[in-house]
Design a protein around this ligand. Sequence first.
Ligand code: AP5
Length: 233
Amino acid sequence: MAQETSRDVGPIVLLGPPGAGKGTQAKRIMEKYLVPQVSTGDLLRYNVAQGTELGRAAQAVMARGELVSDDLVCEMVRQRLKQPDCHRGYILDGFPRTAAQAGWLDALLDDRLFDNSRPTRAWPIVIRLEVDYNELLCRITGRRSCPTCGRIYNIHFQPPAVDELCDVDGTKLETRNDDRLEVIQPRLAAYQEQTAPVADYYQRTGRLICVNGDQAVDEVTRQIFRIIEDHHS
Ligand code: AP5
């Protein structure tokens, strides 16, 4: 994949329900444009694994499939976006997830909340991946990921070459704690109740671009790259 390092990409927001392919596509955007993936789910899981104060506050909430409080998540994102690797742009995967988070992000980008080490200020490219409900269930229950390199697999659609082992580094693949059937339902409900209005918010402000996420991974990637190129042309 040809890499693009010569210009600012700005913020890219990936919206979509659990299992829509946000993480899968974020990694591909990251590889092509060399801007970091800022996944609030990954950051929270890291904090849980490290046993930080944030992780201890988030652990039980995540295990129930509910959303962590806006205050905690926004502060975590603010700290992450201050890092120098975000200056050319970044991919927000799983954020914003509530109307309050979307308003907070706009304020941040409008420079009202930020201090002197601010990231790039352009308005975000907001892309929503749309996927059929039954397909989401199949994707989530089939997901496996590599704890070493983060690569995402699916036992139905994108299996590793050797059962349960990462193609890149041979690590044993893991199933996420919240990918159990009893937690998937509350996660999808939280999306409908709290995150769908975020898409409405971007729609009203004319910034929402929808992509059919039910297509093959490569085709979804092709359409996302086209959107990014069009945005900058
Ligand atoms: P988070 O980690 O963000 O999870 P999520 O939104 O539920 O999204 P997923 O990671 O499940 O799905 P994805 O869209 O990334 O799909 P993927 O690419 O893996 O959040 C987890 C929890 O953290 C939340 O429940 C909440 O508690 C907390 N949290 C996080 N952010 C928060 C916030 N902002 N505010 C409050 N709380 C927050 O793909 C899924 C599977 O499908 C994979 O197996 C993949 O291989 C496969 N696949 C992908 N694309 C395709 C395709 N086109 N065709 C076939 N298979 C495909």
